[in-house]
Ligand binder design. Structure first.
Ligand code: LLP
Length: 399
């Protein structure tokens, strides 16, 4: 199968399996079935239209953080009412586009944004549905770049200011308070941080009820881990044990915003070995994928399993798998045990999330193709960029 895909679409190339995306989404839906809920897939993890369309057909909502993500979701057939708009720096044009589309909720991150959205809603003659994104100050065990729920991070509203800001929001005529939200970070491996956060949010909800502010949706964010190396994949049943007892007796809808947990394991980055070399007693396997295609190893020292598509019988050597980009940080894996030769195909596993979406044209490398496998068929869902596309928006100065 891999040889055929490589031949048909070239390498490097992202390959996603549709059935895995559906399985992962359905697993969340199954656990949350007893309560009123909405899964809002975090578009930033993988925003290919075909993937968004598969999720829209399952009934998914979407967590967006930009006007670009909004446009993609609408283009892919997503229901605007199931969109939540997160992000710490929403710009006027993005807010206006979201108001125009009648999205489900703006997750607000500051007092400034309350005024900004109220003003824009007024100018558009709309009432904006809002939630306040609370920063619950809960430490999580993951890379420091992807923890978001600590008080020193830029995200959310300090928890002690929440009530006061809700009272202020209530005075703004073009806002409708509907919810409360938080997001703790990424690669969270157990349900405990969610349990702690939920308790804090429910406490605020109860306090607000006393002040005649009635919250009808509670968004506990994304961050559910997947298994890359030693980390555990998140156990959704454990999440169920935390949320079901709390929501079953309340008139409150649960929202979750999983990104990685839906798409990471559906995808591999298929790459070909260009050459191998030994330098200073070190073995290098040089492949045609690079940090511009998958930046996670370079940026977060993230681990992705690398496996040959057609394993050879021979002695495995410890090697670094690196790309052609001119940076020492351009690696896909260090200290891997492999037996490979030029021309061999490798799969870089669990690359469906934050792979293509974080890719770039660095070193003037066209971004690679994306393919979706459905049963025994495959479909090109994004063509490899051409060289002309690299400079299509550029112009030389006039003579
Ligand atoms: N909701 C909000 C408000 C978020 O900021 C994020 C991710 C998510 C949901 C989805 O988180 P997930 O379920 O995918 O963990 N580029 C990094 C991850 C950055 C995540 C940023 N926010 C990586 O490659 O690990």
């Amino acid at each position: 199968m891999w040889d055929k895909l490589a031949e048909q679409y070239g390498t490097p190339c992202y390959i996603y399996k549709k059935d895995i995306i559906e399985q992962k989404w359905n697993a969340f839906a199954e656990v949350l079935k007893p309560i009123s809920h909405q899964i809002c897939y975090a578009v930033k993890a993988n925003s290919n239209l075909a993937i968004l369309n598969v999720l829209a057909k399952l009934g998914s909502g979407f967590d967006i953080v930009s006007g670009g993500e909004l446009a993609r979701v609408l283009k892919a057939g997503g229901d605007p009412q199931k969109i939540v708009f997160s992000g710490v720096g929403k710009q006027d044009a993005e807010i206006l586009a979201a108001l125009e589309a009648n999205i489900g909720c703006f997750n607000i991150e500051s007092q400034f944004e309350l005024g900004q959205i109220n003003q824009l809603a007024k100018s558009a003659n709309k009432i904006a549905p809002i939630a306040l994104r609370i920063n619950p100050d809960i430490p999580i065990k993951s890379h420091r770049y992807i923890a978001t729920g600590l008080k020193e991070n830029k995200f959310g509203i300090p928890i002690q200011e929440a009530i006061e800001l809700y009272l202020y929001a209530k005075t703004l005529p073009n806002l409708k308070i509907i919810g409360i939200a938080c997001h703790l970070g990424s690669q969270i491996q157990d349900a405990e941080p969610y349990e702690i956060a939920l308790k804090k949010l429910l406490h605020i909800i109860d306090e607000l009820a006393k002040k005649d502010i009635h919250i009808t949706q509670c968004d506990i964010g994304g961050g559910y881990s997947v298994h890359y190396q030693s980390e555990q994949g998140f156990n959704i049943t454990e999440l169920g044990k935390v949320v079901l007892p709390e929501f079953i007796h309340r008139k409150l809808r649960l929202l979750i915003e999983p990104g990685r947990a839906i798409v990471a394991e559906s995808g591999v980055l298929l790459t070909k070995v260009i050459s191998t070399k030994i330098q200073s007693d070190k073995n290098f396997v040089i492949v045609d994928a690079a940090m511009n295609d998958l930046i996670r190893p370079a940026l977060y020292e993230a681990y992705h399993e690398i496996v040959p598509c057609n394993p050879r019988h021979g002695v495995e050597k410890e090697c670094d798998v690196v790309g052609p980009v001119c940076e020492t940080g351009d690696f896909l894996g260090h200290h891997r045990k492999l037996c490979v030769e030029a021309g061999d195909l490798l799969q870089i596993l669990n690359a469906g999330a934050y792979g293509f979406t974080m890719s770039s044209n660095y070193n003037s490398r066209p971004r690679c193709a994306e393919v979706m496998v459905v049963g025994d068929k495959s479909f090109l869902i994004r063509a490899r960029e051409t060289l002309e596309q690299l400079w299509e928006n550029e112009t030389c100065l006039p003579e």
